[in-house]
Design a protein around this ligand. Structure first.
Ligand code: BGC
Ligand code: CA
Length: 275
């Protein structure tokens, strides 16, 4: 009986304990839920805070880099504007210097033109005085030209009435102790023109040819062609048909190159007078 009772007590104790724990469990459940909810809301708030913080930081770093770029750009634009201004100033300076140089060149040009003109005038005057001196010398020695010869400055000239080709014309002049005329100046040309104007003959061979080398003109007395007087007609010498190597004066006084074998021209011979 005692044994039975102890078992009963044990069971009764166990039941009581179980009932206690169940009661305590039932009272604690809503509290646990509240805790869980609290933890969850805390986590959510934390997450929200971190997101906001991150966003703010990234926005601010972005805006920081943009403003740095803007500052950079502004600096560059300012530097560019500065260098453009400098270049403009330099350009103005250069333009001024160029204008000054231009003026100087113009001044020098006009001065040299004037001195060239003065020099040319002087040279003509000297040549004229020399010729007059020579005229005086000749007349003082009573030198004169033969009959049918014309006198001009320090030469006698023969204007043929017969027709020749260039070689025959030259031979004819040489036979007379002369040579085909060498025209050295405008004044000599004017003298020749005045005789032709009064003559019935209009075309005369002169002592100029390029028979040795095409376009390399030579005077019969060795006068240098390049640096001496010339009076070619317009477009002459043209070496027409590649066959014109001898020169003649035309009716108007200017020169033309012609086939040397053409035998219908007169000739002008020139004999230098030795003082
Ligand atoms: C030309 C000359 C040429 C001549 C020949 C003229 O019409 O102008 O250059 O020498 O003919 O006869
Ligand atoms: Ca010609």
């Amino acid at each position: 009986m005692d044994n039975d009772c102890s078992i009963c007590n044990e069971r009764a104790n166990r039941d009581m304990l179980f009932a206690d724990s169940e009661r305590s469990y039932k009272t604690k459940r809503p509290l646990c839920l509240l805790y869980v909810l609290l933890v969850l809301s805390y986590i959510l708030i934390l997450a929200l805070f971190i997101t906001v913080l991150y966003k703010t930081t990234s926005d601010s770093s972005q805006s920081q880099s943009s403003s740095a770029q803007l500052r950079d750009l502004t600096d560059k634009v300012l530097a560019e504007a500065n260098s453009t201004r400098n270049a403009e100033v330099k350009l103005k300076e250069n333009k001024f210097n160029i204008d000054v140089l231009k003026n100087e060149v113009q001044l020098i040009g006009s001065k040299s033109e004037k001195s060239n003109m003065d020099f040319e005038k002087l040279a003509i005057q000297v040549a004229d005085i020399r010729a007059q001196l020579r005229d005086l010398e000749i007349s003082s020695k009573n030198i004169s030209c033969k009959v049918d010869w014309e006198f001009y400055r320090d030469s006698c000239y023969f204007f043929s009435t017969s027709k020749h080709d260039w070689s025959d014309a030259r031979s004819m002049c040489k036979d007379k102790g002369a040579d085909l005329v060498v025209i050295n100046s405008r004044s000599e040309q004017k003298f020749i023109n005045s005789i032709i104007a009064d003559s019935s003959e209009k075309r005369f061979w002169i002592g100029l040819h390029d028979r040795s080398t095409e376009d390399d003109w030579e005077w019969v007395d060795g006068t240098v062609y390049q640096s001496s007087y010339k009076n070619w007609g317009p477009g002459e010498p043209n070496d027409a048909e590649y066959n014109e190597d001898c020169a003649h004066v035309q009716e108007i006084g200017s020169w033309n190159d012609m086939n040397c074998d053409y035998s219908q021209f007169n000739a002008i011979c020139e004999q230098k007078l030795s003082a």
